[in-house]
Design a protein around this ligand. Structure first.
Ligand code: PNS
Length: 170
């Protein structure tokens, strides 16, 4: 059984992430979306919110699981009995960080591999950071995140504006 792990912060999921998840899921029997629980940077969305947004955006895929993880990615791989990490590359500027991460991971766990999928060019400018920036300024994100996730993001942010949610430190 070919099992891939696609790790990330997903704060929040973007159309670029979905592109990588769809294509990765075609190459594997099972793809695990590994959500980093405690990213060092303060996320805009809680873990539960990020999961809800992802669930909505990938509900059309049957061989994808969403599993939170904490600590080292290589330990999560071992725990999931997976040896392959998938990451997307949008531009050359992504490469340096991704190469360093892939090499650090392999140094810790030589049996693993990282494979890179080149992001579809129409999504190459999209990042969670761009989405959050637009959200903070009340702009339109409908072309950046999956259609199915938009109302969930709006519901979450509406709740936070009304004072019922956590505040964003990033
Ligand atoms: O979406 P992101 O924020 O670029 O994803 C980064 C992520 C979660 C893949 C990376 O930070 C990670 O794997 N963190 C877990 C800690 C770890 O294993 N660090 C050592 C490798 S650099």
């Amino acid at each position: 059984m070919i099992k891939f792990v696609y790790p990330g912060s997903f704060d929040p999921l973007t159309k670029g992430h979905v592109d990588i998840i769809e294509r990765g899921a075609k190459l594997a029997d099972r793809l695990i979306v590994g959500i980093l629980m405690n990213a060092t940077k303060q996320p805009m969305f809680t873990l539960e919110e990020r999961i809800e947004i992802i669930q909505a955006g990938i509900s059309h895929l049957s061989n994808v699981d969403i599993i939170p993880f904490d600590g080292l990615l290589v330990d999560f791989l071992k725990q999931q009995e997976a040896r392959t990490v998938v990451r997307g590359l949008r531009a050359v500027s992504d490469f340096e960080y991704e190469l360093q991460m892939a090499q650090a991971n392999r140094n810790l766990y030589p049996e693993m591999e990282t494979i890179f999928l080149c992001t579809n060019v129409e999504y190459s400018f999209i990042s969670s950071t761009v989405v959050k920036d637009i959200l903070r300024h009340g702009g339109d994100i409908s072309h950046l995140v999956p259609e199915e996730s938009i109302h969930i993001i709006e519901k979450i942010l509406g709740g936070k504006e009304n004072g019922s949610g956590s505040t964003d430190g990033n």
